[in-house]
Write a protein that binds this ligand. Structure first.
Ligand code: C2E
Ligand code: MG
Ligand code: MG
Ligand code: MG
Length: 290
């Protein structure tokens, strides 16, 4: 009897594993179709300065698939890395963003940057540098307005390649942000060698800002560390006014999160920006009437 139970729970487990690997393979195949059928899209999320002004946008990929509707990047990016298609996706996204660059720059009157996410595999592909340079020239993109976000863990996974890759990014004139900072590693000694301009505080810390003293201390330590290395600090996942105020008090330079705007397609960006400006104006008139 016990044997039978063992057997059935085992086949249940096999079923789940089987379904997961089937989905993985199907998504891998669907990625090729998606690239040809233009199913990927870029959304942009504004980044705001401490005074409420727009300072940049993060480009985030979206996939409305004919295979299974909307599939999240957190699901398909690791699969694209696994099946070797991430390079094609990265190039697709870079081309889209650079083509839309002029339109985005015209939406704001100040100098802004646009950041793009790179995956760990991209950092081993030196031919990507040439591609980026060519696309910049073709679309008249100012390299100084482009920032590349790499996660702390993808940097630490390929120290040598990544150092070389980031050096080349620097030679192009673009900047680098360390994404999901604080979640990857315990020793920070590598920070003195890496060519990085911005630290992005992971939203897991921001989420707990008001509940956890420890997370608040971690945020303050990251900000202090960044300031002592002359780096910009960006906080992600800012969802409430009190998150925003606490982060500004702690010295954060850049704020990004649903409080200001969700990521939106280019066509909805102008409206998202005027909503942010309206809120700023209300906050300022509220302050001056007090
Ligand atoms: P990430 O680069 O750390 O991006 C931030 C994620 O937080 C985005 O999720 C964004 O939509 C979400 N977010 C922004 N504000 C808030 C907020 O206030 N609250 C909460 N809860 N979430 C917020 P998304 O777009 O699903 O992307 C997830 C991850 O997938 C990204 O994390 C990035 O690692 C990866 N990714 C997205 N687009 C690309 C891409 O074009 N290329 C590569 N290689 N990776 C990408
Ligand atoms: Mg990012
Ligand atoms: Mg992040
Ligand atoms: Mg993240």
């Amino acid at each position: 009897h016990a044997k039978e139970t063992g057997k059935s729970s085992c086949s249940f487990f096999d079923d789940k594993l089987l379904r997961e690997s089937v989905r993985k393979v199907e998504i891998a195949n669907a990625i090729s179709t998606a690239l040809v059928k233009d199913e990927f899209q870029v959304f942009y999320q504004p980044k705001v300065g401490p005074n409420g002004g727009i300072i940049g946008f993060e480009a985030l990929i979206r996939w409305q698939s004919s295979y299974d509707g909307i599939i999240a990047p957190s699901e398909f990016i690791p699969i694209a890395e696994w099946c070797g298609k991430i390079g094609d996706i990265t190039r697709y996204l870079i081309s889209c963003v650079f083509r839309e660059y002029r339109t985005i720059v015209k939406l704001v009157s100040t100098t802004i940057h646009i950041s793009l996410n790179l995956s760990a595999h991209d950092l081993r592909d030196m031919s990507l540098i040439g591609f980026i340079r060519d696309e910049m020239v073709k679309n008249k993109v100012n390299p100084q307005h482009i920032e590349f976000e790499i996660t702390e863990s993808s940097y630490l996974e390929n120290l040598e390649n990544a150092a070389l890759f980031l050096q080349e990014i620097g030679t192009l004139g673009s900047t680098v942000a360390l994404d999901d900072f604080g979640t990857g590693y315990s020793s920070l000694s590598y920070l003195s060698q890496i060519e990085v301009d911005t630290l992005k505080i992971d939203h897991s810390f921001v989420k707990q800002l008001h509940e956890s003293d420890k997370d608040r201390f971690i945020i303050q330590s990251i900000i202090n560390l960044g300031i002592s290395f002359s780096l910009n600090i960006c906080a992600e996942g800012v969802e409430t006014v009190s998150d925003r105020d606490a982060l500004i008090d702690m010295g954060c330079h850049q704020l990004q999160g649903y409080l200001f705007s969700k990521p939106v397609p280019l066509g909805a960006l102008a409206e998202a920006l005027s909503a942010i400006n309206r809120t700023n104006w209300q906050l300022k008139s509220h302050l001056s009437s007090n």
